[in-house]
Design a protein around this ligand. Structure first.
Ligand code: GLY
Ligand code: MN
Ligand code: MN
Length: 435
């Protein structure tokens, strides 16, 4: 069995879930950054999930089985090209790609427009991602029109259009053992990067110096990229939820919030840790930190088969609301704080999201109007926080404290498994590591 067998298995499973017809799944286009310089290339997640193929300019076409033919998997990709390979590096070309990746047939991408009308002829349905890319929409509609033009010759054109993502989102939501192995490794690499950040941080450094340590650690251990732009936010910057400037000086007495995770072989990790820049929490920082940690631990306890998506969020809210009352940040009973949503002055985001090939991964959060039930193989983040901006209604010693604690959690048969335990998160662990 080759390393690409699992992709073939997924294609076969996917094909059995189509109600007949043809799925057209292109990979992502290359993106210009400026003039002739490109952004680092990243394949499309759906395409990669079913192919394992990382080159740009490729399209996967899956023709589902019909009454008299078996399902067939086609790859369209770039041809071998000695000149281009001297400049840009190796490319498989259709023949080798077919052999190595186990496709039934493979063709040069330049033949796509010629062959697609033939593949779509007499098929009942087409599966595509129609609202994703305007030029692909036009291209597919053009092929369908060509099929329709042959109607007087007795050729039927697809009567139905479906979105392949609805099928694939459900498949991607439940991770297999191969995927979990990669996700655990990605989590380990990211957790080690957070350790390194804690060990390196000291007053007077700049946020980007710590970002550099994170990136060093990711690449050093084989990750291909950060899974999203790292947030390295000292002091008040931690209260800006999507802060990415990462250029301020780190000051003794402030906290540093780092939200950073690597991508490994197409899979994301997503970790947030918050720690004191000088290595010791102040009493106020300690109080708020313990509150967020308690909320996170209660939320993680809710992750188990049978519980629903929103249970961790509700658990976190309850702990936070009680804490906000105890600290004098909110007034009134816990129920009143939850009812009026007064907690949103300090905690304004949700407690997590699905995690997988995309950092905010695919998968419905509700089914038939109810929050989705956890099943083994789902992976999510659990990431409560507290962000206290200066305000007359808030005691000054809490101003500019911004804290989030985020772990990646797998739903298991019996409960859950935290993938990111190598990143310290209790106050004694953090203070000891930073000594
Ligand atoms: N790093 C993005 C998030 O935590 O959702
Ligand atoms: Mn997250
Ligand atoms: Mn995050």
């Amino acid at each position: 069995m080759t390393q690409f067998q699992k992709f073939k298995d997924r294609r076969q499973l996917f094909a059995t879930q189509l109600k007949g017809g043809v799925a057209i799944i292109p990979t992502a286009p290359e993106q210009l950054r400026n003039r002739d310089a490109h952004y680092p290339y990243r394949f499309d997640s759906y395409f990669y999930y079913l192919s394992g193929f990382r080159e740009p300019e490729a399209v996967l076409v899956i023709v589902a089985a019909s009454d008299d033919t078996a399902a067939k998997h086609y790859l369209f990709c770039r041809e071998k090209n000695q000149e281009r390979e001297i400049w840009d590096g190796f490319r498989y070309g259709p023949d080798a790609a077919r052999e190595v990746f186990g496709f039934d047939e493979a063709y040069p991408i330049t033949q796509l427009d010629e062959l697609m009308p033939r593949l779509l002829a007499n098929q009942p349905a087409v599966y595509a991602a129609f609202n994703q890319n305007q030029s692909w929409n036009q291209r597919i509609i053009g092929w369908l029109n060509q099929v329709r033009e042959q109607s007087r010759a007795g050729v039927a054109s697809p009567a139905e259009i479906h979105d392949y993502r609805t099928v694939l989102d459900d498949m991607r939501l439940i991770k297999g053992s191969d995927e979990l192995r990669i996700m655990q490794r990605a989590a380990d690499i990211s957790a080690q990067a957070h350790q390194r950040a804690m060990q390196t941080t000291s007053p007077g450094m700049r946020e980007y110096e710590i970002e550099a340590e994170l990136l060093y650690s990711f690449y050093r251990h084989g990750a291909q990229a950060p899974a999203y732009t790292s947030i390295v936010a000292g002091g008040a910057n931690a209260c800006v939820l999507h802060y990415v400037d990462n250029n301020a000086e780190l000051r003794s007495g402030d906290l540093l919030l780092i939200d950073a995770g690597c991508e490994l072989d197409g899979y994301a990790s997503d970790i947030t840790r918050t720690f004191p820049i000088n290595g010791r929490f102040t009493p106020q920082q300690r109080d708020v930190y313990q509150l967020v940690l308690a909320a996170q631990l209660d939320a993680i306890e809710q992750v188990k088969p049978g519980n629903r998506w929103n249970d961790p969020h509700q658990a976190a809210l309850r702990v936070l609301a009680q804490g906000f009352a105890d600290l004098g940040l909110c007034q009134g009973s816990v129920d009143a704080i939850l009812e009026t949503e007064d907690y949103k002055r300090f905690y304004m985001h949700k407690t997590g999201h699905w995690l997988g090939m995309d950092v905010h991964d695919v998968g419905e959060y509700k089914q038939q109007g109810d929050w989705r039930i956890f099943e083994p193989g789902m992976v999510l983040t659990v990431e409560p926080g507290c962000y206290i901006r200066p305000a007359d209604s808030v005691p000054e010693h809490f101003w500019n404290i911004g804290i989030r604690i985020e772990d990646d959690v797998l739903v298991t048969q019996l409960g859950h498994d935290v993938l990111t335990t190598l990143a310290p998160k209790t106050i004694p662990e953090i203070e000891e590591l930073m000594q």
